[in-house]
Every structure is written in C-alpha cells, then in structure tokens.
Design a protein around this ligand. Structure first.
Ligand SMILES: Nc1ncnc2c1ncn2[C@@H]1O[C@H](COP(=O)(O)OP(=O)(O)OP(=O)(O)O)[C@@H](O)[C@H]1O
Ligand SMILES: [Mg+2]
Length: 379
C-alpha cells in the first residue's frame, strides 16, 4: 500500500454527517496525491454550499493528518457533477425507483404514529422525547412532524428556525437533531405562507412527499407526530401507511378519554394497530409528598380498556395496554421550550423516567407482528 492509498483509506472512512455513511462509499473522493509529507486530498460535495461542508472538510483534514508519514494536508473541495450526483442518489435509493414510498408493508422500519383525540395533550412533547430516547439506545430513528398547521417538532428538538433539508437533486436530507433525523413542514415555510388554507389534497401531497422524497436511510423506527383529532391528515396517513402502529396519548381527565378512544377506533378502521395508550399530565408528587392530580386520574386506563374491546370488522384481538403514565413536569415543559428534551437534559426527572421506560418497552417489542393480518398469497 502506498502512502496515498493509506490516506485514501483514512479519508474514505470519514462519515458524511447528513447521509451518515462513509464518504468513500458515497464516491466523494477525488484525486489524492502525496508529495513527501504533504497530502493533497480532493473531495467532491453533493451540492454547492452544503451545510455539512465545513465539518466534512475538517474531518477529512484530520483523517489525512492522522496517517503516519503525513505532516501537512491540503483539501480541495469541489462539487459533484450532475452525473455523479445522479449516481449518488441512485445508490442512496438502493434500487428503489424515485417516487416510491419506502415505508410500505415490506419495509423493516417500524412506523409508529403518535395521535390523540384532543389537542394540547402533549403528543409532540412525548414524541420528541421518545425519539431522542430511542436514538440514545442506538436505534436509527426518524421523526416526521405531520402537524402541518401546528408544527412544533423543530422547536422541541432545538432545530434553529430557518433550517432546511439539504437537497441533492430531488432527494431531501433531513436535519439531524439529538441523533434523530427530523422533517417538518416548518422547514419548508419561508414565513407567512398561508398553510392555513391548505385542504385535503394539498395536505395529502405534503405528507406523501415527506414520506417519499426525504432520504431517511435505513431506519429502525419512524415516529410520526400527528395533528390532534381525526382530520384530513390522519385519513391521508391511514391510506398511505395502513400497516402503521399507533400510540394514543390522552390526559387522565375523563372528558378527554372519549375523544381519545374515538381517535384509536378511527385509526384501527384504516388497518392500523393501536399498540398502547400513553397517559400524559398525570399526577405529580411535591417534595413534601403531596400528590397533585390536576387533571384527575384514570383516563389512560379507561382508554386502554375501551380500546381492548374487540370491534366488529377490525382484526385486533390483542389487548391495548397502558404503556406509560407521564406526570406533569415543569422540566418536561422547559426542556421543550429550550430545545433540549428532558430525557437528555434532566434524565432524573419523573417525566423523563416515564418516557425513558416507554422507550425501553417499545425498543424491546420488535416489529410487533402479533395481531396483524399478514398479506397472504397462494401463487
Ligand atoms: N407532562 C407535562 N408536564 C408539563 N407540561 C407538559 C407536559 N406535557 C406537555 N406539556 C406542555 O403542554 C403543552 C402542549 O404540549 P404539546 O404541544 O406537546 O401537545 P400536543 O398534543 O402536541 O398539542 P397539539 O394538539 O397542539 O399538537 C406544551 O406547552 C408542553 O410543554
Ligand atoms: Mg403537537
């Protein structure tokens, strides 16, 4: 092996922070020459002004300099030609044709929708924390903010306003926050756009596009933060992802349970499987031991019990468990406000622990084929 080969090997192992693959595999290396102790390394980035450019350049410089015998490194940063880029997007799609949604029934990714009947019960907060907790366990996690009218995921994960997915031709690379590949309609709005006016077909197209054109790579879990209720988006997602699993979030309040139950039943009608109920804003304990149940108690168990009753026509036999009861917690709220989810920022907090244990439960469940009708063919 020549010195130049060793430099090529070291540099090729640098990972692209957005694509999360070694740049050698992504054909981003160009000419590499060594003159004495000086290495001259050519790399080709996907697009001009790629946000990851500085990081790749410094990682490449460090990798080259780490090779024994190299004392000085020059990095020439170029841009891929349209042909090179096309080859790259084809490689990333791994043979899957453009415009095909990768999360169909054959996919190995678990798709979990987080939905609720009522708004404001903490879906987004729970989803953001759950995603981060799962990623912290080493799972490859994607998060789609499907709340087109009330997107909140970028803020909850501390993604700066104005952050946009990087585009490589027609592929979009989701920003990565706390280890979670995240996409939200909020990233496509340039201020003051009238999303309010979006109706069924436009919403359907937006969601379809998220799921098709965003390059998530191989994910273990894709979480989808749903808007409240059972409106157009829920129906579209029901059509696009009929095999998805659903977590129903509710508060402990009896009045919230009815709508939560209904949202679970509607999801089930599209073929989705309700895998559990999450009760949020449950009682918390003051330092002196006093228990404060601001929103009452028992709502989560009630929703779980109601959704465990088999419904005609739906093939769900399994019981729907109450998977978590998350207490009211100032730290959970402030973590959301500051963009550092409480499971990372204050893992000892009672709400953080409840979400952590929810993540552990889900992570150990596998894909959960039980109770699901598998497509059968006799040909
Ligand atoms: N367990 C909790 N303790 C304290 N505050 C909470 C808790 N859960 C959520 N919150 C706060 O409640 C508010 C609503 O939460 P969030 O936005 O996550 O709800 P949502 O169900 O996603 O709402 P929407 O229906 O509008 O999408 C937020 O300000 C959040 O910080
Ligand atoms: Mg929300």
């Amino acid at each position: 092996m020549t010195l130049a080969d060793r430099v090529r090997e070291a540099v090729g192992a640098v990972t692209d922070p957005e694509l999360r693959r070694p740049i050698g595999d992504l054909d981003m290396l160009r000419e590499i020459t060594v003159d004495g102790e000086h290495a001259d390394v050519g790399i080709a980035l996907t697009i001009v002004g790629c946000p990851a450019a500085d990081r790749i350049e410094s990682d490449v410089r460090r990798a080259a300099a780490s090779v024994a015998g190299i004392a000085e490194v020059t990095v020439d940063v170029g841009v891929m030609t349209p042909t090179e880029r096309k080859a790259l997007t084809e490689k990333l799609r791994a043979g899957r044709p453009a415009r095909q949604m990768p999360f169909g029934p054959d996919s190995l990714t678990r798709v979990i929708l987080v939905s609720s009947g009522k708004g404001g019960v903490g879906k987004s907060t729970v989803t953001a924390n759950l995603a981060v907790a799962l990623a912290a366990q080493g799972l490859a996690v994607g998060l789609v903010d499907a709340d087109v009218h009330g997107f909140s995921i970028p803020g909850l994960l501390g993604i700066p306003a104005g952050t946009q997915p990087t585009r490589i031709d027609d592929l979009m690379l989701p920003p990565v926050a706390h280890g979670v590949k995240t996409i939200s309609i909020g990233m496509f709005l340039t201020g003051g756009e009238a999303v309010v006016a979006w109706r069924g077909p436009m919403l359907h197209r937006a969601v379809q596009q998220f799921l098709t054109d965003v390059y998530f790579g191989d994910l273990d879990v894709l979480l989808i933060d749903m808007p409240p209720g059972t409106g157009d988006i829920a129906i579209s997602i029901g059509q696009i992802l009929p095999h998805a699993e659903v977590l129903v979030v509710t508060t402990p309040q009896a009045a919230a349970s009815d709508v939560a139950i209904r949202s679970g039943l509607v999801a089930r009608q599209t073929g989705q499987r309700v895998i559990g109920v999450v009760e949020n804003m449950a009682a918390f304990t003051l330092p002196d031991g006093t228990v404060v149940d601001l929103f009452g108690s028992g709502g989560g168990a009630e929703v779980a019990a109601a959704l465990s009753v088999p419904t005609a026509g739906a093939d769900q036999a399994a019981e729907v468990p109450l998977l978590a009861s998350i207490p009211l917690s100032p730290a959970l709220r402030t973590g959301g406000d500051s963009g550092v989810p409480v499971v990372l920022g204050d893992p000892e907090d009672a709400a953080a622990q409840a979400i952590q244990s929810l993540a552990d439960t889900l992570a150990h469940q596998g894909r959960g084929l039980a109770g699901r009708s598998l497509p059968m063919s006799l040909s």
